[in-house]
Design a protein around this ligand. Structure first.
Ligand SMILES: *Cc1c(COP(=O)(O)O)cnc(C)c1O
Length: 385
């Protein structure tokens, strides 16, 4: 054999039988079949055998299996990010002429897609008050195929009565999809509360180190596995096995990170509730957060993201200066990593409410809470002079 041929026809030389605690990173686009008759092009490789790297390598399917196990799902689709998960759900559940409902505090790019691509494709997405509960039934139409819930919602943190919304939806034959990113898929049991489709951005807590982008869509019935799977295949939502490997590593410490983040976050939030510069703390574990009672009923814990509102004495310019003065809290999007973050939302739109640039969202990381509190206090003092 010419050495060119040897290079193109590699043989496995390492001895088999290696066992370790880590999942290997399997890369591969082409999947080899034993004979022509075995060739298939099937996304459901877990069931029907490996077909093509686009649908995942064993590393991807290991991650998918572990997330499904954790969430109590029948199947989990791993996709390139949380936003890709949102898109997959819309495209699987809606077609031209469909009507969908999305809470007005949903993750911004979800609403952007509703008003952009989906509108252009003839899919109508209507915004609703996240605190509507069973009242959602009045908004459900004959062509309503999908109702989104996100709890707590982005930035303003309203906790939704998901069982009431699911009951109303199912009475009218609509499906409920949950953005379960805040709860990392574990602090709120989506399927036990009636949700049909649960997605999360693994980018946040499962990744946990601000270094990867991945999302998941989990479903619990054979019909939805088929329906979402068909769309998943057509959209070509391939993910990198290297990223899946990082997510598998992140999963190993998810439990202790969440527990630690919860305690630290409560400590910082508690301090803010007592601060004279603060008008309101929007953290689900505090009665000042809309839906606090529902959170107590339905969740097994809280995580690291919450918001607070400066009192009316502060101007938007001062609040911006507050953000810029913080040293330990970095300015940046995404969250769930080890480093604390702060952002102000100057243009946040919530019907009937004007936050006037005074609403700040914090993500608490793994620093000592006392150091974070000192940083907050220093910045508040600076803008109060
Ligand atoms: C970050 C986030 C997403 C999107 O995740 P990406 O992986 O960044 O695309 C979706 N929903 C919520 C609630 C998020 O916070």
């Amino acid at each position: 054999m010419h050495w060119h041929t040897k290079l193109a026809q590699p043989q496995t030389l390492a001895a088999p039988g290696f066992e370790s605690l880590a999942t290997p990173t399997y890369r591969g686009s082409t999947v080899l079949f034993k004979k022509q008759a075995d060739v298939v092009d099937d996304w459901n490789q877990a069931k029907n055998g490996y077909a093509y790297g686009l649908y995942g390598t064993p590393t991807t399917l290991e991650l998918s299996g572990r997330i499904a196990q954790l969430e109590g799902a029948k199947h989990c689709f791993v996709v390139p990010g949380g936003q890709a998960a949102i898109a997959l759900i819309y495209f699987a559940m809606c077609k031209a002429g469909s009507h969908a409902l999305v809470p007005y505090n949903a993750y911004g790019p979800n609403k952007e897609m509703a008003q952009g691509l989906l509108k252009d494709l003839g899919i109508e997405v209507e915004a609703y008050d996240p605190m509507i509960g069973a009242g959602i039934s009045e908004l459900i139409r004959d062509n309503t195929t999908l109702i989104w819930v996100e709890s707590p919602g982005s930035v303003t943190m309203e906790v939704q009565d998901i069982p009431a919304i699911c009951k109303a939806a199912h009475e009218r034959g609509a499906m409920v999809a949950l953005d379960n990113t805040y709860a990392a898929g574990v602090l709120f049991d989506a399927f036990a509360h009636g949700v049909d489709i649960s997605m999360q951005a693994l980018t946040k807590y499962v990744g946990g180190h601000s270094d990867l982008l991945l999302g998941t869509v989990s479903v619990n019935t054979d019909a939805l596995v088929e329906k979402v799977g068909k769309t998943f295949k057509q959209l070509g939502l391939a993910v990198s096995p290297d990223d899946c490997n990082l997510a598998l590593r992140g999963l190993q410490t998810l439990g202790i990170r969440l527990a630690h983040l919860e305690a630290s976050t409560l400590e910082v939030a508690e301090w803010l509730t007592k601060h004279p510069a603060v008008a309101q703390v929007l953290h689900p574990a505090f009665p000042s957060c809309p839906g606090h009672d529902v959170w107590k009923r339905d969740f097994t814990g809280s995580s690291s993201v919450f918001s607070f509102l400066f009192t009316e004495e502060y101007t938007a310019e001062q609040v911006e200066q507050f953000i810029d003065t913080l040293e330990m809290f970095k300015i940046g999007m995404s969250w769930g990593g080890v480093t604390s973050l702060a952002l102000v939302y100057p243009n946040i739109e919530r019907p009937g409410k004007d936050y006037a640039g005074r609403l700040v969202r914090l993500n608490i990381g793994l620093e000592k809470p006392a150091d974070l509190i000192q940083d907050l206090e220093h910045a508040i003092q600076k803008i109060s002079q």
